[in-house]
Design a protein around this ligand. Structure first.
Ligand SMILES: [Zn+2]
Length: 279
């Protein structure tokens, strides 16, 4: 009887400690100077409508002590960033410092996909374990470079850095859909913004937040259930199916967060001009 009591006490305390709560922030590191046509980002959109574009990443601050980034932004000494016309740039680690968090404190970084604007900032966070999809990794370090044309949006220095991370033992390759990689943090595939891009569901107490990143480029995609033009996904039907799935996963529609829509920064309370608090 006494043992039963001890066992049930241990079980119930295990259940309590398994529940991790997360504070969730979005951090903006650049914008495009002028709004761009919605039709650049969503199929079948009217050409005359425009959308302001931001470049951002997310911070999950867990009650277990983890400080997790979703994506890592980019550095500005990269030709892609210059060509794309990023303005009002601030280095991602310095945006993070506005929350009093130093780069070395970041424990984990979940990469939604290896495009330069989401992954090139990785070297700024030297202690973090990096999580990405195994299929995305395998494709972009090998096959992607075998054809006539080079893969769009992938910076060669990203691939070199990923190989180094892997050899240093800091790269965790996730195998497929619906994987809880950290307590309360689950990743999902199928949108195929890149070869095998992933999005993140954060389960925190009463709320569930979907960090879609570029698996939803802008709110228009979600509101009209329109995939991007063909250069934005390798599987338009899968992209739409995933947006439908996200609606069933987030506790409310506004907790589905897109990869580049600057309107997101007006929908949540501002911590300062670059950071909003989602949860
Ligand atoms: Zn992007």
């Amino acid at each position: 009887m006494k043992y039963l009591f001890v066992i049930s006490f241990l079980l119930s305390s295990a259940v309590v400690s398994a529940q991790v709560n997360y504070e969730v922030f979005a951090l903006k590191y650049a914008i495009l100077k002028d709004p761009t046509p919605v039709s650049n980002w969503a199929a079948n959109a009217p050409a005359e409508d425009s959308v302001p574009i931001s470049f951002h990443f997310w911070l999950l601050k867990g009650s277990q002590g983890k400080k997790i980034l979703v994506d890592a932004g980019c550095r500005m000494d990269l030709q892609n960033a210059v060509d794309f016309g990023l303005t009002e740039y601030e280095r991602p680690d310095s945006v993070l410092l506005r929350l009093g968090i130093a780069a070395r404190e970041i424990t984990d970084i979940i990469i939604s996909h290896p495009h330069w604007d989401h992954i090139d900032g990785l070297p700024l966070f030297p202690e973090a374990v990096v999580w990405m999809q195994k299929e995305d990794y395998s494709y972009y370090v090998t096959e992607a470079w075998q054809g006539e044309s080079k893969p769009g949006g992938i910076a060669p220095r990203t691939i070199e850095y990923l190989l180094k991370l892997n050899m240093d033992g800091r790269l965790k390759l996730v195998e497929g859909d619906n994987k809880e990689i950290i307590s309360g943090v689950t990743v999902y595939t199928g949108s195929r913004h890149t070869f095998d891009s992933q999005y993140v569901l954060v389960n925190s107490g009463k709320e569930r937040v979907v960090i879609a990143s570029d698996n939803i480029w802008i709110y228009y995609n979600l509101q009209k259930m329109q995939p991007p033009p063909s250069y934005g996904t390798m599987d338009a039907a899968g992209y739409v199916r995933n947006m439908q799935r996200m609606k069933t996963q987030a506790t409310k529609p506004e907790l589905i967060l897109p990869g580049h829509d600057d309107a997101m920064f007006r929908l949540f309370p501002g911590v300062n001009k670059r950071i909003i608090r989602i949860l």
